[in-house]
Design a protein around this ligand. Structure first.
Ligand code: DMJ
Length: 566
């Protein structure tokens, strides 16, 4: 039976040898990213810590853990000093950068000072991925004997904090549908007249952190509520296996029928796949494969993804959004490397065109969205670039990373840190350095140029970029030998075929072509582009698209793709 390629992808980290020409460049770029990280981190520590996030233009702070709920500072208790969200978010990156001293300092400070007994309303999803995920990942890194990040002074304090936070989440799940409220007051539970509206990603992407918390504490409640919510969400899918974007947690009714792979839904797909990798339950795989197939059938248009109505499958919005750029990374885990590559090129093309990625680009009008013109230092393109480089070792992805590093330094670096871009057409800046810049953007760029942290080890990264090691004791199927060097699958080179059974299933079956041996085809109609990097001078060099079976053409900038409308 088909198995996705994530297993061999994960264990293939160690088996590539870099030509020496790439080696020097990677070291040089790695050091540039290290500088970026510390410029952002040091400024946060100087001007914002222990508050949540840095305002790099005014060299001040914002308590975003609560502002994630649009709650402004005046609604906060006057003695509230924030929850050091950026420090929590930075720990796993500090570990990856090998800074044991700063990691240890951060862990000990949080152990002594962090409290969740505060009268603050927070967004469950954001607090889960940033704070709970950050604490769990840092705890796992702190107790990992191979890292030796902490010298004797660590007694599971971060895990105790995570457990306390997890317990404060539990009242959110007390709804008639088992779907959690989107907002929770950390001290008082669900507030009177709390909104009952949430999003698919909001209630469908809690399982990695809550599942890990249960495995680590032995308290099954965290995993159980997150799984119950996920199953309920899946039961609400349409006959096309599509979900909407927003819903009501009390009535269980969909509020927004249109959805895609971006905002409001994105990490729902990601967590089904990653939960399968981390816990090995067939259930996750069954849900993921149906959801993924539906996304390919109903959202994919060549290398792009539009939105569609969950009941009819009819396209609704034709937009490329910055959040969608995580999708190629997910596709690498699935084994759809060719599809990942073609979409990734589109996102990078947009990055090159504007200098950074605009939040929303209207594909049908070929213009940036009139109001969503910002780039808040998002990590998704760097994340996909890292995965694609790991899967292919194509040096082109290093060039992509280099271009991104250049743009970030050129447009967003200021004396007080890195600032978000308010408008990508003018590069006017905004006074905010989001914590995910340290948790994800810098981390994925660093890992692109130096993957020693993941070499010979199997991690999944949460949607906020926090690593959690895949361990056989949490996994329903992994044999003990999985970690000790059973590399036969990757050594056989089977991963290289680039096609997965999933992509075969979504591709229509028409007459086979003979240009390519069976094992190198993505589908029976697939004719590959002449050049492996899809570059071209003319249409003659372009093949037939695997999913739609339509002839690809050469774009103005010299890439094969489905550029002509139907
Ligand atoms: C991050 O907080 C997470 O990756 C989340 O899933 C959505 N995207 C933001 C950063 O863009």
């Amino acid at each position: 039976m088909f198995r996705p390629l994530h297993i061999c992808f994960l264990i293939s980290f160690a088996f590539f040898i870099d030509p020496s020409s790439q080696h020097d460049k990677k070291i040089q770029m790695r050091e540039k990213v290290r500088e970026m990280f510390y410029h952002a981190y040091d400024n946060y520590m100087t001007y914002a810590f222990p508050h949540d996030e840095l305002k790099p233009l005014s060299k001040s702070f914002t308590d975003s853990l609560s502002e994630l709920g649009n709650l402004k500072l005046e609604h906060l208790p006057t003695d509230y000093n924030g929850s050091a969200v950026t420090l929590v978010e930075s720990l796993s990156s500090l570990a990856i950068l090998g800074n044991k001293t700063e990691f240890e300092k951060g862990v000990l400070w949080l152990s002594e000072n962090l409290t969740f007994d505060v009268d603050v309303r927070v967004n469950l999803f954001e607090c889960n991925i940033r704070v709970l995920g950050g604490l769990i990942s840092a705890h796992l890194l702190a107790i990992d004997p191979t890292n030796r990040l902490i010298q004797g002074s660590y007694n599971n304090q971060l895990l105790r904090l995570a457990e306390d936070l997890g317990k404060r989440f539990l009242p959110a799940f007390e709804t008639p549908t088992a779907l959690p409220y989107a907002w929770i007051n950390l001290k008082n539970g669900v507030m009177v007249n709390e909104t009952t509206e949430t999003s698919t990603s909001g209630c469908g992407s809690l399982i990695l952190e809550m599942g890990a918390l249960s495995r680590l504490t032995g308290d099954p409640r965290f995993e159980s509520v997150a799984l119950r919510a996920l199953r309920q969400l899946w039961r609400m899918r349409s006959s096309l296996d599509l979900l909407g974007t927003t819903l009501d947690v009390v009535t269980g009714e969909w509020l927004e029928y249109s959805s895609g792979i971006g905002a409001g839904v994105d990490s729902f797909y990601e967590y089904l796949m990653k939960a399968y990798i981390l816990f090995g339950k067939e259930d996750y795989w069954r849900m993921f494969s149906s959801a993924y197939l539906a996304s390919q059938k109903h959202f994919r248009y060549g290398p792009w993804y539009h939105e569609a109505n969950m009941w009819s499958g009819k396209p609704t919005y034709w937009q490329l959004t910055s959040l969608q750029a995580f999708w190629p990374g997910l596709q690498v885990l699935v084994g759809d490397v060719a599809a990942a590559n073609s979409s990734h090129r589109e996102f990078f093309h947009a990055w090159e065109k504007f200098g950074v990625l605009p939040e929303r680009y209207l594909l049908d009008h070929q213009m940036i969205h009139p109001t969503e013109r910002y780039y808040p230092l998002r990590p998704e393109l760097a994340e996909s670039t890292f995965y694609l480089y790991q899967a292919t070792k194509d040096p082109w992805y290093l060039d992509v990373g280099e271009a991104m590093v250049k743009s970030l330094n050129r447009y967003t670096k200021v004396a007080g840190g890195f600032a978000s871009v308010r408008d990508v057409t003018t590069m006017q800046l905004e006074d905010h350095q989001h914590s995910f810049f340290l948790a994800e953007t810098c981390k994925y760029l660093y890992l692109l140029f130096d993957d020693s942290f993941v070499a010979k080890r199997n991690y999944i990264f949460t949607t906020e970029g926090h690593p959690i090691q895949v361990t056989s004791s949490w996994h329903e199927k992994l044999p003990e030998s999985y970690f000790s060097g059973n590399w036969t699958f990757s050594k056989s080179g089977a991963w290289e075929s680039g096609a997965s059974a999933l992509s075969m299933k979504v591709c229509p079956s028409i007459a086979p072509n003979s240009r390519l041996p069976e094992q190198h085809r993505e589908s029976v109609c697939h004719v590959p582009d002449q050049k492996i990097d899809h570059r071209c001078w003319s249409n003659r060099e372009c093949g037939v698209d695997a999913t739609t079976c339509r002839q690809r053409s050469c774009s103005e900038v010299g890439y094969c793709g489905l550029w002509n409308p139907l």
